[in-house]
Design a protein around this ligand. Sequence first.
Ligand code: XMP
Length: 511
Amino acid sequence: KVLVIDFGGQYNQLVARRVRECNVYCEIYSYRTSLDEIRKMNPKGIILTGGPNSVYEKGAASAPAELFHMGIPVLGLCYGAQLMMHVLGGKVEKAPEREYGKTELILDRPDSALYQGIPEKSIVWMSHNDYITSLADGFEVIAHTANCPYAAVQNVEAGLYAFQYHPEVLHSQYGTEMLRNFVLHVCGCKGTWRMEDFAEQTISELREKIGDGKVLCALSGGVDSSVAAVLLSKAVGKNLTCVFVDHGLLRKDEGDMVSAVFGPDGPYDLNFVRVDASDLFFSKLKGITEPEQKRKIIGEEFIRVFEQEAKKIGKVDYLVQGTIYPDVVESGLGGESAKIKSHHNVGGLPDYVDFKEIVEPLRYLFKDEVRKVGLHLGIPEKLVMRQPFPGPGLGIRIIGEVTPEKVKIVQEADAIYREEMDKAGMNKTVGQYFAALTNMRSVGVMGDERTYDYAIALRAVNTIDFMTADAAEIPYPVLKTVTNRIVNEVNHVNRVFYDITSKPPGTIEFE
Ligand code: XMP
């Protein structure tokens, strides 16, 4: 495998992705990872990412010179490139002009191993304030741009390469090819790794690590926890217990769907425990209207219920978490990218600490990679392709107090919405969509009767990263059918709104 060493740059996830697209397995580690640990992993190559600092600043993220003398090929990107020069005796200074955006790269050494099959002029993506002003001993320039004399350098003998630009960004025309040249031709990787291999390899590693230890998994029925559970079930069978806490705030029929897949009638070898805790959640939520307080209560109760079930099982050696790479980054836990928001999937561990270790088999994967693994493992597409659903569930899709009656209303409305989106073929093209219950009531007329009922809000967004989002353009006829059906079929609803607010300033959920 190849190691990607993270210095906190914004494109670091992309580096890992591109390498895996070259059919080479890679994992991302913080720059704080020790040389011993790196050596133990025996990587075929190392890629140093970009980062927000300046290498010459006090306290900037650094790397020991020894990293470059271990006989492992190293490719530095942007900050990584500057760091390599700085540590090995070259010079990095503030550039007279910040270089940002698409830039023409001119090869000085088209014969370099990294430039095989690359035209002498192509576009690359630049984003830097500093630049290399003199090279470390043994290095030669292999490409430049108008403002950057050392846009790419190499020391072939030492196996060291550095790009000032970002080959991982798709605006770099031949970026993936350059990375492929590094991992295949310099590092000597075979380029035969596939996502399917990840599943098989992970299962056998888990089996070896866990032996006949007892494993506990909190299964939510979401994509990540489902895939993690199936990997574990294939590795250790009945030594795995999956606890599925039904807080009563799931979408219509969702609990039954999860039970059908993971329960005793499903195809997997594991102990499945479904806990119906809806009464408890409803009683704790009674009278509570403040969104963050609702979240907190639901989160805490969830953990309490899970703990109680866990105690019944007795001794647990390992706890499974379906953490995926973006969770790790968002929480500021694993990689080095700036903390974006505290994530819901990480950090909320049960505080009974009666287990040896947490296992996170999906820690290095992106969502679409997790889905590929899930499909390969034969998990039903319905589950694998599911859109995100928040942990607090319908609790944060009901504005104001949560009651069983309101949950029923929003479940029915949401089911109709989803059914019609399926029929219209929109279910695969829209990122996330759902119905929410506003706490607005208004006057309407039904038959000859005056009504005073709730308004449902429909939301549908397209988003790449869930940090920003645009309202999806749902065809008017679809909205009309959904609206007609909801007001006709769902009791206590007499109005439907469609929310076209983008994020920001709105959020995706209503609370
Ligand atoms: P917002 O509403 O913040 O949502 O724009 C962004 C994404 O995060 C999901 N979300 C949550 N997920 N617990 C979760 O597990 C939460 O409390 C939570 N709040 C929002 C939301 O569904 C969307 O995909």
